[in-house]
Ligand binder design. Structure first.
Ligand code: SF4
Length: 847
């Protein structure tokens, strides 16, 4: 670059767009119009001169290698680029990965703070075994071999003795698309649990009953109106990828409506912030729905084609001929009671504002993106109707799988088919999902201590992974009681990168890698397209770029920190060394039979065989698909999936078909193979065993939705058959904290929101994040504060039905009067007083 007039030092180059392009390199624009690159051109990711800030005032560069991975600090798995000093082979920093289709180079504060996590002085670096009693905090260091053999022997014995139900795995943040669940399935173990029934299952239920898929995927970028309920999502889980698209939509003139009792970060950017009484959101949705229907501002053609309105009429209105005209009448009658005045009384938002918002919604047409994440649904009795009634608005407007509308999330995901796909285990685990809860949306891990008690259950081997129920779950003491009983839980293995309250009660603690120390593959809904992201141990990839061969991630991670995929493969190998349990075949190399499958072969198979377009894209750069993913960390499978429900079912798939009276079409033809194994709805076959293939709409057999009827289920036959007939349509179930349910001197406490830059257990020692958010006060409105004689900083005692705590007040208009709020994401405890940690107050459990 000697001719470059902007060169400032050896290897330092101009980042001006014209100069970058003149060099034939990729220009990654920044947020300003200055025409300066925001990221190094990808052609220079092997050798980049990066200013060394610590050398100031000297101008010194580090020679860095840029290696992609993905963030593990929320669900959206944004792209990160690790800057690795080529002299020291140490990670210097993390920035965004501009080629990642979801995050497009941008991150929230938690992404770069991955550096704090990997450098956390308190992190666990070696396998540990308990020496004293459980919970006493006495540990000894052991080898990985000892840990693996101990766990493998117990699990092998449990499987041999048909006690698969006594092996269980609970995860807080999966961060991957099914690897562990498939491995457990290979063991025949139905024991994969998440924390879903605490945070998101209520909202999922509302979506599942509509479309057979339990999560929405709003196309914010192309929306005209964005409607967000309890905006936790855009300030927490999908913070960055969604937030940047909402901002783009706003720049185009889109309106943002936020229903949130608390002034969330998202609400601060809204055109309409409706600080609703918690749990009243469904009343507002229904008032808007009523307005759309009575004012004729609904998409009758979409409803006629795609709702199961005929089934509803036959089942619920036998007094009416099943014609669409009669359905219009029935719909008006059904929702007539939900006036703006009714919604105003329930929510505390005045009727005129609700009417104005309803007209904004009506103007969106098919460009209406909506989302409910999640507290309005999860924190309230009847909360599942919040998302059901919210999606009613999409369904009325026809804003389903349209540009700017809302998709079923599985349609915006691509989960590549792995080398071997085990069947779902035959054994059903009643401790995870008791039969008497058929409508629970996911396993009921949060009830485990109680189910163990009621059913006299035992667990032989219990894994917790990035899961801290002792601290996170409301009944943490029940978990302590269960975990300290060695007759109940034989072996508790805590897989965690950092210390946590649940790990105190483990027998083995296994050190697991952070975002830059492990492999995972994932695909999340962030737009109307599909992408895959590849998390990888960046030092392993860096050494491979330098020509080294690394076959075990422990060789590049700090201490003996491992990655889970290699761990699970090795554990499975040891559980079934001779193949007699039928497990070994799932973890055996195809290339080198008789040896264990390695992660390179595992991922190379997926990238070679299952990701459409990836091999061709890689070949353009003379790379294998695996090399391509190691170099760029992500791949766009599709920019726009279109409207899959409108696709015609090919004649070849229609063999010996049967059709029910509502047009559901069943076939005997086998399901065509698909490389995308993203979980989706699986409606039942017909009485003769034919599988549902499509639905007849205006004479054509279309793919439809994975619901029993093949249509969007305004009336859920599932709910009706399980005895929930009245609730089978979107309707309002008043919450236990509805205005009429509250005593005059009672306030609602909202604890279901997160501080956007904190991450439960894993950010306790993150200096950068603590600098942004280092206090967790009680939000209280000035009116309530005045009535109670409180000022900001005053201590407040919060009493609930299960106990009390004391916290400082923050007097703010950012909360609805009559409601107070305190996040559950901060405030830690520990059992002893050694090694005080920031944000982890030492308290006595005796008081
Ligand atoms: S939004 Fe933030 S925490 Fe979530 S993946 Fe992206 S950078 Fe990480």
């Amino acid at each position: 670059m000697s001719g470059d007039k902007n060169e400032r030092g050896p290897g330092r180059i101009s980042t001006r767009q014209s100069d970058v392009e003149a060099r034939g390199e990729t220009f990654f624009p920044g947020p300003s119009d200055a025409g300066l690159a925001a990221f190094p051109p990808k052609e220079r990711w092997d050798d980049w001169a990066d200013p060394d800030s610590k050398a100031w005032p000297r101008r010194k560069d580090r020679r860095c290698m840029l290696v992609p991975t993905t963030c593990f600090n929320c669900e959206s798995a944004c792209g990160l680029l690790a800057y690795i000093d080529k002299d020291t082979m140490e990670i210097q920093k993390f920035e965004g990965n501009p080629v990642h289709p979801g995050s497009r180079g941008r991150n929230c504060a938690k992404g770069p703070a991955t550096l704090n996590q990997i450098r956390d002085p308190d992190r666990i670096l070696h396998p540990l075994r308990r020496t004293g009693k459980r919970g006493e905090g006495q540990w000894e260091r052991i080898s990985w071999d000892e840990a693996l053999d101990l766990a493998a022997a117990r699990i092998r014995q449990a499987i041999q003795e048909k006690r698969q139900g006594e092996v269980m795995y609970h995860v807080g943040r999966p961060g991957e698309d099914g690897f562990t669940e498939r491995l457990l399935a290979a063991w025949g173990v139905d024991g994969h649990n998440s924390h879903t029934n605490i945070c998101s299952s209520s909202a999922r239920a509302g979506y599942q009953f509509w479309m057979g898929i339990d999560r929405p995927s709003p196309d914010h970028a192309n929306a005209d109106v964005i409607f967000l309920v309890s905006a936790h999502l855009e300030t927490g889980h999908y913070f960055n990828p969604h937030a940047q698209r909402i901002v783009e939509a706003k720049q185009r003139g889109a309106k943002v409506i936020v229903l949130d009792t608390r002034l969330s970060n998202t609400a601060t950017h809204a055109d309409y912030w409706l600080a609703t009484q918690p749990g009243s959101e469904a009343a507002i949705h229904l008032a808007i729905a009523n307005h759309l229907v009575t004012s004729g501002q609904w998409n009758t053609e979409f409803v006629r084609r795609w709702w199961n309105w005929e089934e509803y009429l036959v089942e619920e209105r036998p007094d009416l001929e099943p014609t669409f005209e009669n359905f219009e009448r029935a719909l008006k009658e059904l929702y007539a009671e939900y006036t703006f005045e009714f919604a105003a009384a329930e929510s505390g938002i005045d009727a005129a504002t609700l009417r104005e918002v309803a007209d904004v919604v009506a103007g969106a047409g098919t460009r209406f993106a909506s989302h409910n994440w999640r507290s309005a649904a999860s924190g309230n009795e009847g909360g599942w109707q919040v998302s059901r009634t919210l999606f009613l608005l999409n369904a009325l407007l026809g804003a389903v799988a349209t540009p700017g509308g809302t998709y079923p999330n599985a349609w915006n995901k691509f989960v590549g088919k792995p080398i071997r796909l085990p069947r779902h285990p035959e054994h059903w685990n009643e401790l995870s999902w008791p039969a008497e809860f058929p409508l629970a949306m996911n396993e009921m891990s949060f009830l485990l201590p109680h189910l163990m008690k009621e059913r006299n259950g035992t667990i032989d081997t219990y894994f917790t992974r990035v899961y801290n129920p002792v601290w996170t779950n409301p009944d943490g003491f029940s978990w302590i009681e269960m975990l300290t009983d060695e007759k109940k839980v034989g072996l508790h293995i805590a897989m965690t990168p950092t210390w946590n309250e649940t790990a105190y009660f483990a027998d083995l603690i296994l050190p697991m890698g952070h975002a830059s120390e492990r492999h995972d593959i994932h695909s999340y809904e962030t737009s109307a397209g599909q992408w895959i992201g590849f998390r990888q141990p960046v030092l392993r990839a860096a050494r491979e770029r330098q020509g080294e061969t690394v076959t075990d991630t422990r060789d590049v991670n700090p201490g003996e920190v491992w990655e889970e995929n290699e761990f699970w493969l090795e554990l499975s190998w040891r559980i079934d060394p001779d193949g007699s349990l039928g497990i070994r075949e799932f973890v055996e190399s195809e290339k080198n039979p008789g040896t264990r499958l390695g992660v390179d072969e595992y991922y190379a198979y997926i990238f070679d065989h299952s990701i459409p377009g990836l091999p061709e894209k890689a070949a353009e750069e003379n790379l294998t698909p695996l090399q391509y993913m190691r170099r760029y960390g992500s791949f766009q499978v599709s920019a726009d999936v279109g409207s899959p429900h409108e696709g015609e079912v090919p004649a070849a798939e229609l063999d010996d078909v049967a059709e029910d009276r509502y047009g559901r079409v069943y076939t005997r033809a086998p399901k065509p193979p698909s490389n995308n194994v993203a979980p989706t709805g699986a409606p039942d076959p017909d009485a003769d065993g034919r599988r549902p293939a499509g639905v007849r709409v205006d004479g054509n057999v279309l793919r439809g939705f994975p619901t029993p009827s093949g249509r969007l289920e305004f009336w859920s036959s599932t709910l009706a058959r399980w005895g929930w007939r009245k609730e089978a349509v979107p309707m309002y179930l008043p919450s236990h904290v509805a205005i009429p349910a509250m005593a005059p001197d009672e306030k609602v406490l909202i604890s279901t929101f997160r501080v956007p830059v904190q991450i439960h257990t894993r950010s306790a020692n993150s200096k950068w994040l603590d600098e942004i958010a280092h206090t967790n006060p009680l939000w209280i409105h000035p009116k309530d504060a005045a009535a109670d004689g409180l000022e900001t900083g005053d201590p407040v005692r919060i009493e609930t039905e299960i106990g009390h705590y004391v916290v400082k007040a923050w007097v703010t208009e950012g909360i609805r009067p009559g409601v107070v709020a305190c996040s559950h994401h901060m405030g830690r405890w520990k059992l002893d007083d050694n090694g005080q940690r920031q944000l982890m107050a030492t308290v006595s459990l005796d008081h």
